[in-house]
Design a protein around this ligand. Structure first.
Ligand code: TYM
Length: 388
């Protein structure tokens, strides 16, 4: 990977060159043809696709073929509960919810409590348990329906994944894991095995409902290394390769500093107070000129502006209005102060609403989503008798 940026499932730094990343990861761009096919099949286009925020894929064309010929596919996505969620983490879930409605299908949400326990030296069990519940509430506040949504919390539901995980682990050598994930002799052995746990929900649907003929994973592109290995193993265990649609990452608020839980000013957390949002956005990096006079004269650069990214990712539903904002910034008609004020307002309205919905999600309500309560374990394990 190039020197200026780094994208791994656990760390993203620098300014990501997304076109270059397509070549480095060996994924395919989401072409205009595929976008048109999508629009034709579903008769609508989510803004995440029309704006190419979800911009690359593996076998998304195969998924569209299957959907077109009436075959059923299910969705799989996830979250690693290492801290409170920020707005970037919510983005793939917002898109997943739209896809779930369009496809009218089931969704498996994996909560990788084990991954975060293994990866972070300083995070203990107690915090992981706490974040697991808190993050699940944030995700469910988006309105997923318990009738077709399963939550798999690894530390509480491993028995549902383990049959698949051992079949995957048996076929992944240490040298593959090292090459794909950059593991060294200092990596703990839990992390080395863990990839097979994240692979497992890519196949679980087939053992829960035999109508499924494919699995689609919406996630940001940082998770791709997992899918690369998972897809190779799929052939070996004679199951369909999971397909992916890859999103871009919402950039951090400060130039050159990664969005990081240890540097709270770099992102907006779903728990941030209105004052904190105001301060963070006010100090955010923009593509504007140093003075209003220069801004009016030369205009700003929305392509380099974090504030514009926030509108583009989550805070402007209308493509037309987004385009108007883009032009007004470029022409110098719009100043950074005006843009920031509007964004602060929109984020705070969204967060207020989000927290209102989150408050209604009780611990008992979460139970309705947990795979442990939805799928009979003994019967489920019996389904694996033919798995290689
Ligand atoms: P995690 O918790 O790091 O991230 C959760 C989801 O958010 C995406 N993401 C972002 N999207 C936009 N902007 C950002 N700045 C940003 N940062 C992270 C991630 O790509 C992910 O989609 N190992 C996983 C958990 C997992 C998973 C999955 C994720 C298990 N199975 C299947 C996606 C699909 C993790 O720690 O995600």
């Amino acid at each position: 990977m190039s020197e200026e940026y780094k994208v791994t499932p656990w760390e993203v730094t620098g300014e990501v060159d997304y076109e270059k990343l397509i070549r480095e990861f060996g994924v395919s761009p989401l072409t205009d043809d595929l976008v048109s096919r999508f629009r034709k099949i579903f008769r609508e286009l989510p803004s995440e696709i029309s704006r190419k925020l979800f911009y690359a894929h593996r076998d998304f064309d195969v998924i569209l073929d299957k959907v077109e010929s009436g075959k059923k596919i299910y969705l799989y996505t996830g979250r690693g509960p290492s801290g409170p969620m920020h707005i970037g983490h919510l983005f793939p879930f917002v898109f997943t919810k739209k896809l779930q409605t369009m496809l009218n299908t089931e969704l498996f949400i994996q909560i990788t409590s084990d991954e975060k326990f293994l990866y972070h030296r300083n995070i203990g069990r107690e915090e992981i348990f706490e974040y697991t519940i808190d993050n699940i509430k944030d995700i469910l506040a988006l309105g997923f329906d318990y009738k077709n949504t399963y939550i798999i919390d690894d530390l509480r539901a491993i028995q549902y994944l383990y049959q698949i995980a051992v079949s995957v682990a048996k076929r992944v050598t240490f040298s593959t894991a090292k090459a794909v994930f950059g593991f060294t002799h200092d990596t703990n052995i839990g992390m080395i095995f863990f990839m097979s746990i994240q692979a497992a929900p890519s196949f679980i649907g087939y053992f829960i409902n035999d109508k499924y003929e494919g699995c689609l994973i919406p996630a940001a592109i940082d998770q791709d290394p997992y899918w690369r290995v998972t897809r190779d193993i799929a052939t070996k265990i004679k199951l369909p390769k999971p397909a992916q649609i890859h999103g871009k990452l919402l950039p951090g608020l400060k130039k050159g500093i990664k969005m990081s839980a240890s540097i709270p000013e770099t992102s907006i957390y779903l728990s941030d107070s209105p004052e904190a949002v105001k301060k963070k956005i006010w100090e955010a990096y923009t593509g504007g000129q140093p003075t209003i006079e220069l801004q009016r004269k030369y205009g700003g650069d929305p392509d380099k502006c974090v504030v514009f990214s926030y509108f583009k990712f989550l805070f402007e539903d209308s493509d037309d209005k987004l385009r108007e904002r883009y032009e007004a910034c470029k022409s110098g008609e719009l100043t950074c102060g005006e843009c920031k004020r509007e964004l602060i307002d929109r984020i705070n309205k969204f967060l207020e609403e989000h927290r209102r919905r989150k408050e209604k999600i009780t611990d008992e309500y979460i139970e309705k989503y947990l795979i442990n309560n939805k799928v009979d374990l003994e019967n489920h394990i019996r389904q694996y008798k033919l798995l290689r």
